[in-house]
Write a protein that binds this ligand. Structure first.
Ligand code: DOR
Length: 428
């Protein structure tokens, strides 16, 4: 079976071209003859990008299949332009052993919409007491290369040091949820003017920045790879710049919500805006956007976090933190980065696909759109807009903070190894 994408502009550059895909691989670019049996995607006026890669998503399977499954999460990912996602380990049971990580990988392949790469836990049960068997997870079918206790911080510096040291032998990366827990006991919102005025116990920026600084030093001394999850403060950007200048192998992600939303949202008292780390100030968001454009922050990751109504639509202090992100990420990046001229489409490919694929060690994603490369692709209508409705998203949960918002940029098709997985907002 072959596929022809007609009249797309790769990276939004140059004249429109046709792309012929055969056996899952890009076979020709230019004016191509359409084979008789070919599927044809009419892509006039559209931008062709490498399929997106999400380093940070919560698919809730096993354990909370009432909020998301590998099936529904994969659908949300495909509709959002993703061809690969990394599923965080804070499931129930925790993905701290090869039985669970291999199950997640296999289930993702059965569903077949995106490659679901399980993230292995760093510590047993995410308890922060004892290292999990990273080597067994790395050697399993899933070939785990990203380890994280995300949701909680690996707070013990000795454990973190050991995890970093051990990861070097596995060619893996430790992704840290940077939150010094002693500084965030009872925290509900960004510690600042808004929280003080409205009476929310504060989550100080220093709780993130102190862990990032510590871990950068530990990674430098271990010559290990550290990835910082959901960077949320201007101060963390300064720490990352300092560490990178010293040759630390550190990478970092920012979420779409930290690029667009601020703690002004606290005024609503609506727990859909509760997230960890919390929404910060306008100044933080502005610095994060500049850091992403410059590359100090490497990529965008969604922290897609589905929650059931009984866990989310409650009083603020009882609500779980987290928001949906897979189907809105591209649009938020267009709104915050492309529209203001901070990134062109090449830059979008870099932050949504190429860098995350490199950080996650994926060989076949985030690759150049060239003959001989695997056809993992996303097609985007740059001029279209859409209105977000949580109930219409593919996730089981509906906790989007963008409800009713009109956003620019529409993913019109996603292609995984030459197969169309999503087209015109529908799963194929
Ligand atoms: O807001 C968040 N939700 N932050 C995290 O780190 C975990 C996530 C979740 O699992 O719901």
């Amino acid at each position: 079976m072959s596929l022809v994408i007609k009249g797309a502009r790769p990276y939004g550059e140059g004249e429109p071209v046709d792309i012929l895909v055969e056996d899952g691989v890009i076979a020709a670019i230019g004016a191509v003859r359409v084979p008789e049996d070919a599927d044809v995607l009419d892509a006039a006026g559209q931008v062709l990008l490498p399929g997106f890669v999400d380093l940070h998503t919560h698919l809730r399977e096993p354990g909370r299949e009432d909020t998301e499954t590998i099936d529904t999460g994969s659908a949300a990912a495909a509709l959002g332009g993703y061809t690969a996602v990394f599923a965080m380990a804070n499931t129930d049971p925790v993905a701290d052993n090869a039985l669970v990580t291999d199950h997640v990988w296999r289930r993702g392949q059965e569903v077949g919409l995106v490659d679901v790469h399980p993230v292995g836990a760093v510590t047993v049960g995410l308890k922060g007491e004892k290292l999990a068997e990273l080597g067994t997870m790395a050697k399993g079918t899933a070939g785990v290369r990203v380890f994280s206790d995300d949701g909680v911080c690996v707070a013990d510096p000795l454990l973190m040091r050991r995890a970093l040291e051990y990861s070097t032998a596995l060619d893996a990366v430790i992704a840290q949820h940077a939150e010094e827990p002693r500084l965030t006991v009872g925290a509900q919102a960004h510690e600042g003017e808004q929280a003080t005025r409205l009476g929310y116990p504060g989550w100080p920026a220093s709780a993130e920045e102190s862990i990032v600084a510590r871990d950068c030093l530990l990674a430098l001394h271990a010559n290990a790879r550290l990835h910082v999850c959901h960077v949320s403060t201007a101060g963390t950007v300064d720490v990352l710049r300092w560490a990178k200048e010293r040759g630390t192998k550190v990478s970092a992600e920012v979420t779409p919500h930290h690029l667009l939303l601020t703690d002004d949202r606290l005024e609503t008292y609506d727990p859909v805006n509760k997230v960890n780390p919390p929404l910060r100030t306008g100044g933080d968001a502005e610095k994060l956007r500049a850091a992403l454009a410059e590359g100090v922050v490497d990529c965008v990751a969604t922290d897609h976090a589905p929650h059931a109504p009984q866990d989310k639509d409650t009083e603020w202090s009882a609500a779980r933190p987290g928001m949906l992100g897979l189907q809105t990420a591209l649009s938020v990046v267009v709104e915050t980065m492309v529209k203001p001229g901070l990134l062109d489409w090449r830059g979008v490919a870099r932050v949504l696909s190429e860098r995350p694929a490199e950080i996650g060690n994926l060989a076949e994603h985030g690759r150049p759109i060239e003959v001989g490369e695997a056809a993992n692709l996303a097609l985007v209508d740059p001029d279209a807009e859409w209105t977000v409705h949580g109930a219409e998203l593919a996730s089981i949960a509906a906790n989007t903070p963008y409800e009713g918002m009109r956003l620019p940029g529409v993913v019109t098709a996603t292609v995984l190894r030459g197969r169309i997985t999503a087209r015109e907002g529908k799963i194929c």
